[in-house]
Structures are given as C-alpha cells and as structure tokens.
Design a protein around this ligand. Structure first.
Ligand SMILES: Nc1ncnc2c1ncn2[C@@H]1O[C@H](COP(=O)(O)OP(=O)(O)O)[C@@H](O)[C@H]1O
Ligand SMILES: [Mg+2]
Length: 243
C-alpha cells in the first residue's frame, strides 16, 4: 500500500510539470520516475497508439517482475500514469560518465548476463538500447526500462533481435569506434548464461540469410548516417564472433 505522503508528493510532481511525459522526483532520499499515458511524439510509426503502448508497458513490467527483478518496481499504477522506483544510471551514461569509470566494464558484463537471463526466462525486451538499460551502483543491479518498444516487422527471433539491437545501440556511441571492450564485456556476460550462445548463432544466421540487405547497408555507409553506420558496424562485429 502506498503511503499518503508519497501519494501527495506524486500529485505535487504531476501538477508542477503538467506536460512532461517522464518525470522524476525524490522522496525520503529515494528517487522515483513517473511515466504518463501521453504520446512521446516520436517514433509513432513503430510504436502502437499511446494508450495501447502505456498499458502494454505496465503489463510487461509486471509480467517480467513475476520471474525476475529485471524490470522496474512499480509502486503505483493508475489509469493515467505509473510510478516506479529509479533503477539507477542508464548504460549510455555508465559508458561515458566519470563516476562510473571503475564499474563500467563490470556493468556491461552484467547487462549482457541480465539480458541472457531474461531470454532464459522466455521473455524479451523489444529494444534493449543503452538508454533503456539502467545500472544501480549501490545494489549492483541491472534493470531494463522502457518496455513499450516492439518491432515486429523484422523476421528475426525476438531474443536474437534484442541482441542485434543492443549491439547496434552500442555502435551508435562514439566510444565504440575506438574501443569495443564494453561490447565484448556484454557479450561475455550474455554467453556466460548456459544455452545463450544459440541466440548469438541465430543473429549470425540472420545476417547470413539477409546478406544482400546488409550489403546494401554497407554501401550506404559513405553517406555517414549514424544508424546505417551503426548497423554496418554491428554486422561486422557479429560476423567476427566465433560461436
Ligand atoms: N525507472 C527508471 N530508472 C532510471 N531511469 C529511468 C527510469 N524510468 C525512466 N528513466 C529515465 O528516463 C528516460 C526516459 O524514460 P523511458 O521509459 O525510456 O521513456 P521514453 O519512451 O521517453 O524513452 C530513460 O531513458 C531514463 O534515462
Ligand atoms: Mg526510452
């Protein structure tokens, strides 16, 4: 049951920022995030309508938490918003911000391992990009956030697609060009979970099957589009993996 003072704090936060979709606040030294049932205004072609996406996300988070604490703890779910505990710093930040330097490699390995555990439970995230994976330094935990993304237009196993999109999201970051050690650590973590190397083989098979598509993407590199270059780099990286 939610305490009345936390409830009051939530109402106050919502009133202070009536238009914002994702809000955060601190209560009794703990950070929380609120997600509203309003459109984020981007990616509308890939995402379902706002209400469906909202309910789908709340449902998925609660489903995942039945198996493992790999999704945020929801403290309040209402018709118009849900409130969750903060899960720490996103991996995008962990990869480049100074306070996480010491734990960076470990956090990436743990992220890979956590993704494999999610897959082992028969679940998938949909788009585990670095900005949608959080690491909590104090508790040494990985949590997947933003569960509303589901791309069903690619004929790839949903778990293998998770891996591809994770690696793709890493290659969208500047640091990946010089140094792939964080990606290596994540893959090490992923494959440390028994049976998970089959998923890596699935991604490799997908690339092999669609070599023409990837060839086209490779030729588009010269335009310098960030996403295209990242796909090509992800393909090169996955091709070179020995599984
Ligand atoms: N539970 C949480 N713990 C930590 N950070 C969060 C949490 N929920 C949201 N955030 C932060 O807010 C950002 C936006 O939330 P997200 O659920 O990804 O919504 P969007 O659909 O706008 O991407 C995240 O990338 C992350 O930085
Ligand atoms: Mg997000």
């Amino acid at each position: 049951m939610i305490s009345s003072s936390l409830y009051t704090k939530i109402q106050q936060t919502l009133q202070e920022q009536p238009k914002k979709r994702v809000l955060s606040f601190t209560w009794e030294e703990k950070k929380y995030f609120i997600k509203r049932r309003i459109s984020n205004g981007r990616n509308t072609f890939a995402k379902q309508n706002t209400s469906a996406a909202f309910w789908c996300e709340a449902y998925k988070i609660m489903t995942v938490r039945q198996y493992a604490p790999l999704a945020p703890a929801i403290v309040l779910l209402t018709e118009n918003y849900f409130v969750m505990e903060s899960c720490g710093k996103t991996m995008q930040g962990v990869a480049k911000e100074a306070p996480w330097q010491e734990v960076r490699l470990h956090a990436f390995e743990k992220a890979g391992c956590s993704l494999a555990l999610l897959h082992q439970a028969g679940l998938h995230h949909g788009r585990p990009a670095l900005r949608d994976i959080a690491y909590d330094k104090e508790n040494d935990t990985i949590t997947f956030i933003d569960w509303e993304n589901e791309k069903t237009f690619v004929s790839l196993d949903t778990k293998a697609l998770d891996i591809f999109l994770f690696i793709h999201s890493c290659f969208r970051e500047k640091w990946s060009v010089k140094d792939s050690s964080l990606i290596d650590a994540a893959l090490k973590g992923y494959t440390s979970v028994q049976g998970s190397d089959q998923q890596i083989r699935n991604v490799k098979a997908f690339i092999h099957k669609h070599h023409l598509l990837f060839h086209v993407i490779h030729n588009l590199r010269r335009f310098g589009w960030k996403d295209v270059t990242a796909v090509d780099n992800a393909r090169l990286y996955i091709d070179a993996l020995t599984f």
